[in-house]
Each structure stands twice: as C-alpha cells, then as structure tokens.
Design a protein around this ligand. Structure first.
Ligand code: MG
Length: 376
C-alpha cells in the first residue's frame, strides 16, 4: 500500500470570539492510499500555520514539508514515518507547530493502520484497559460567581461527576478566584470533583498561597497555574503544596515532557495527542509517566476526531485516568448537544465515554458539516 494523497482541511466558524476557546476553528488531516483507504487525523493548533507545514516544498534534507515526506510511502510503517517526519523538518521543527502537524499525520496513519487490519487503535496500542472512561466536563470559567454556580449545577445535572472550569474569570484577583470557587463548590455540594485551570496567570509564590487558600474546596487538581516555561516555578510549587498540579498541553515530544516531569515535577501529565506528537509519541510519554508513577490525562478541546483519539490513547495506557470532554456549544465540538463533526457523535453519558470498537479511530466524519465550515 502507498500513500497517494495528503489533504488538510481548515474549518472555521463564521464569527470568532476573542477568548481562549479552541472550538472556533480546527484542522483535519486526511491521508489517502492507492488501496482506497483513508486515515483521519486532527491538529489543534493554528490551522494556517499547520497547512503551510504540510504544503512546504522540499528545501533540503532537513527542511521539507510533510506532504512531500509522506507521498509514496507505505502508510503501515507508522513509527518509521514518525522518525522520517521528525528528521525531515529538523531545521525548522523539533517542537511546537511542526510537532503539532506531525501529530495530525501520525493520528491519521494509526487510523489507517486500524482500517487496514480491522482493529481499533486502542488494540493496536497494546489493548484497552477500559471499555469506557470517565469524562470530565471542560468549560470556560464565567466572570460572575452566580453564573459559575448555575453552570456547575447544570453540568452536574447532566451527569458529570468531574467538572473543570478554566481561564475566563480565573487568575484575575485573589478575591474573585475564591468567590468563583466557593460559589461552584456550594452549588455542587460534596460529591462532584472540581478542577480549576488557571491559564498561566500566577507566579510560583502566588500559586503557592492561592493553592493553600483554595484547599478547603478540595480541588482534584490545579491546572497550568504558571507559564509553561517556568519549570523551576512548577518544581517549587509541586514540592510546596498538597493539591495536585497538572500541566502539559503546551508541551510536545518526550523531551519536553521529561523536563515537565523531572524539573517541573507536575503531578498530572496532560498530553494533547494532536500536539504532543500523535499516538506514537503519546505512548512513549505515557510510559515515561508510568516510570515516575504519574497519571496521564488527555487535553482535548476540539472536535470529535481529537476526542476519539484521546479516548483510544487514555484507554490503552495503564496510567490513563480521566478524559477531557469540552462542553463548549460549538458546531465543531460535541458538547452537550453537538456532533463534533461525527456521524455518530461520541457523547458523554452520565459522565462516561465508551471507547469505539470499529477499526481505526472508529469514527466517520459528517462530510456535510465538514463542507459547511470548511474555509480552505
Ligand atoms: Mg488547560
């Protein structure tokens, strides 16, 4: 079998709000073969930049676009192709956008491998530890405590037993952080778990004091309290507080994650399969986390394609814990009422997601929806 086509599909809502919301655009990758099989992947990054990384022509051995690297290759040589993509982009890659682009291609190749062998990706990755995984609802934090409390109650009533609120109103002031958290906790009562995503707003000293102040609300973890490059701050913070500290969605490749785990000493390792290096690298990162006895949780704040990939990965590793489930009401995401661009949406039922059993990612795109939001 040979790769005959590498297509990138840029989706975008007609109106884009200026907020930290990753469900307003998306980039899908399709890899086609001479056998008629097509693998699907996704990249959660800047779609224009990612398309350029696929489209770039050959400059020299270490500076080449990904389409050129992949055309004519055997798509079943997934790990060898990961290395080829990594080496062929070394001059302008190694981290960031190039690894994001490579991730989308890698996901599509694993989907193809599954379709070619009749097996779901989680089986190809070594077998599923779980047939279903607990999902946590992931939403932006409102700016008013009453609105935050109302939304929390709504999500609990929808069946979620783990809720996360991030960015938005968090990190603006000590008083608002405490008021928002108190309002949500009092609306929820004791049982549902609560997670806060601070969106890089604090320094280590602030984070240490704020984590202590919020201890009474029993947070499951505090996510990205510090900027991603403040690894020494993360190390200081994780040593100082008892609340778990989570990070990883800005990291790509094993080398980034080694720093995050060993220098930053984070407690929860968050891997975005569409940014960290696809299944090939996410599997290695999970193994590194396992060696350090740390749980892994996928970052997934985009379409149903990334959700499916995250679910296969989390189910297939011994240290998979929860799966992020965005409840953002966007036509590109699954949310509470959408489709996530899939013909059969992967919906959280009573807070649980069932791992697809059909070959590959086990999903089919709703091509009408894709065509509706496609801009390039
Ligand atoms: Mg986050």
């Amino acid at each position: 079998m040979k790769i005959t086509e590498v297509e990138t599909i840029h989706l975008r809502l007609p109106e884009i709000e200026r907020e930290c919301n990753g469900t307003q655009d998306a980039l899908l990758v399709k890899i086609g073969t001479d056998a008629g099989l097509v693998g699907i992947g996704e990249v959660d990054s800047s779609p224009h930049v990612i398309q350029a990384i696929f489209d770039a022509p050959y400059s020299h051995t270490l500076a080449c676009g990904l389409r050129h690297v992949l055309l004519g290759e055997d798509p079943l040589d997934v790990e060898r192709l990961w290395e080829k993509m990594y080496r062929s982009t070394l001059y302008y890659g190694r981290r960031g956008a190039v690894i994001h682009a490579l991730s989308g291609a890698d996901i599509a190749l694993w989907d193809l491998l599954g379709k070619a062998t009749g097996m779901p990706v989680c089986k190809l990755l070594g077998g599923a530890y779980h047939r279903r995984m607990p999902a946590y609802s992931s939403d932006l934090m409102p700016f008013e405590p009453a609105r935050a409390a109302g939304r929390a109650a709504q999500l609990r009533d929808a069946g979620f037993t783990h809720l996360k609120f991030g960015w938005g109103g968090l990190g603006q002031s000590e008083r608002l952080d405490a008021e928002l958290t108190a309002a949500i906790r009092s609306a929820l009562g004791d049982r549902p778990e609560l997670i806060l995503d601070i969106g890089h707003c604090w320094d280590a000293a602030t984070a240490e004091a704020r984590a202590r102040r919020l201890e009474e609300y029993r947070l499951l973890w505090i996510e990205e309290p510090l900027p991603p490059d403040d690894l020494d701050g993360y190390g200081r913070l994780t040593d100082a507080v008892t609340t778990r500290i989570a990070a990883g969605e800005q990291s790509s490749t094993c080398w980034d994650f080694a720093d995050l785990m060993d220098r930053g000493r984070v407690d929860v390792v968050q891997v975005d399969v569409s940014r960290a290096g696809g299944f090939t690298e996410a599997r290695r990162i999970a193994q590194m986390a396992r060696q350090r006895n740390k749980p892994c949780v996928p970052h997934a704040y985009s379409t149903g394609v990334l959700l499916a990939a995250s679910l296969h990965w989390a189910a297939s590793i011994p240290n998979g814990w929860l799966v992020e489930y965005t409840v953002e009401e966007s036509p590109l995401a699954t949310g509470l009422h959408g489709t996530g661009l899939l013909r059969e949406p992967l919906r959280a039922v009573d807070g649980w997601l069932t791992v697809p059993e059909a070959p590959g990612l086990g999903i089919e795109l709703d091509e009408e929806q894709v065509a509706k939001y496609r801009v390039v």
